[in-house]
Design a protein around this ligand. Structure first.
Ligand SMILES: [Zn+2]
Ligand SMILES: [Zn+2]
Length: 391
């Protein structure tokens, strides 16, 4: 199913019910309930709100019968928040202001902004309409408590179903929060969490693992399939594979420039870095960040270098060996003016090499930018269980 970038995803609906009980002496007690009956996916989270109407903590709800985590202040109110109609939640980064979606407003681990990498408790990532919902909720509850008559029991409902089901063109109240579909949906290769982000590359919002290497591996696998089926020629495979590597490696370098303090001269050097010259970028990454891109690949070094030169020739010289190619690529077979006849074996081998290189970049990068272990540990346990079951 194709979806439109930045289209609105409606709220899942549901009803929040405040049951207000006022005894004969005017003492008020209240209970909060939530019900959901629409045939839409839904998940529910709890946020602690300050009596003044702003979010101030996440609620760890645990399982049925478990006690909730204590509020950060006395008199905090538990606010029930339901997902969008796909069971996901929209978030907005308080630093870069960009929107993203995940499966949760997590309470047991922080969120990481996919774009700028900010990592904080998830209630700091509420969107403006979610914040309006929280203040509306608190106001509605306060009014109901204030208006309670001695000796009465009353129910007050926030009905999100009515709003979710309405198809009017009328502006909806500002507390009706929705989320916005982004451009790339992916499951994190480290923790398996769902993410929906703008652009292509980003951090997993649950653990902070960057998706660039995984996207390359997936793209190269597809390229390999098209090579096998004969849909792509070996020289096109070389072009497309190196271009995938280029953009993934460029993404890691951009993140390093953002997150690692460095002098302007070094920053300029890195910004100008071109990936078609293996010697240069290998040296620069080793000197700047101690990243050894060809770690354990000394036997393949000459091959990778040659293929990077070939990519340039396929891209810009119509596949005809240039003087520069003959002098610098290390290819001793071809003379200037020869047509390069690319082989499928070379294309397969190159895909393997590029995947090894980007995996080294990935693990070295994540050593500098540490992911949050919580979801990764859970995923490791899950994989172990699945592995045992299938053994
Ligand atoms: Zn951000
Ligand atoms: Zn993750």
């Amino acid at each position: 199913m194709t979806r439109e970038d930045f289209s609105e995803i409606g709220h899942t609906g549901g009803k929040v019910t405040f049951t207000i009980v006022c005894d004969e002496d005017g003492h008020v007690r209240y209970q909060i309930g939530y019900s959901h009956s629409a045939p839409r996916p839904a998940s529910l989270v709890g946020i602690y709100a300050h009596p003044d109407g702003f979010a101030c903590g996440n609620i760890v709800m645990g399982g049925i019968g478990d006690r909730w985590s204590p509020p950060p202040f006395p008199n905090c109110i538990a606010v029930m928040m339901a997902s969008d109609s796909q069971g996901k939640f929209g978030h907005e980064c308080s630093s870069c202001k960009k929107h993203f979606r995940s499966e949760n407003i997590p309470s047991r681990f922080p969120l990481t902004c996919p774009y700028c990498g900010l990592r904080r408790d998830s209630y700091y990532f509420l969107t403006p309409p979610q914040k309006s919902y929280i203040s509306h909720y608190i106001e509605k509850l306060h009014t109901a408590i204030y208006e309670a008559e001695p000796g009465s029991t009353r129910e007050v409902v926030i009905d999100m179903d009515v709003l979710a089901d309405s198809i009017t063109e009328e502006p909806r109240p500002d507390f009706y929060y929705t989320s916005i579909a982004q451009q790339t949906e992916f499951r994190c290769s480290a923790c398996n969490s769902y993410n929906d982000i703008r652009g292509r590359y980003g951090y997993c919002s649950s653990c902070g693992w960057r998706n660039s290497a995984e996207l390359q591996r997936v793209a190269l696998e597809k390229i390999r399939e098209r090579l096998v089926s004969g849909e792509l020629s070996p020289s096109d495979v070389v072009k497309q594979s190196v271009s995938e590597f280029d953009s993934a490696a460029r993404d890691y370098v951009d993140q390093l420039i953002t997150h690692v303090p460095m002098k302007v001269s070094r920053k300029n050097q890195l910004e100008r870095l071109l990936f078609h010259n293996l010697d240069k970028f290998e040296e620069l990454l080793a000197n700047c960040f101690d990243i050894d891109l060809l770690h354990g690949m000394s036997a393949d070094r000459a091959f990778v270098k040659k293929m990077f030169f070939r990519r340039h020739v396929y891209e810009h010289d119509g596949g005809v060996a240039t003087q520069r190619y003959v002098e610098e690529s290390g290819d001793v077979v071809l003379a200037k003016g020869d047509l390069i006849r690319e082989t499928a074996d070379n294309a397969h081998k190159l895909i393997g090499c590029l995947n090894r290189m980007i995996s080294t970049f990935e693990s070295d990068f994540q050593e500098l930018y540490k992911p949050d272990a919580f979801c990764i540990e859970i995923e490791k346990e899950r994989r172990k269980r699945v592995g045992k079951r299938n053994a």
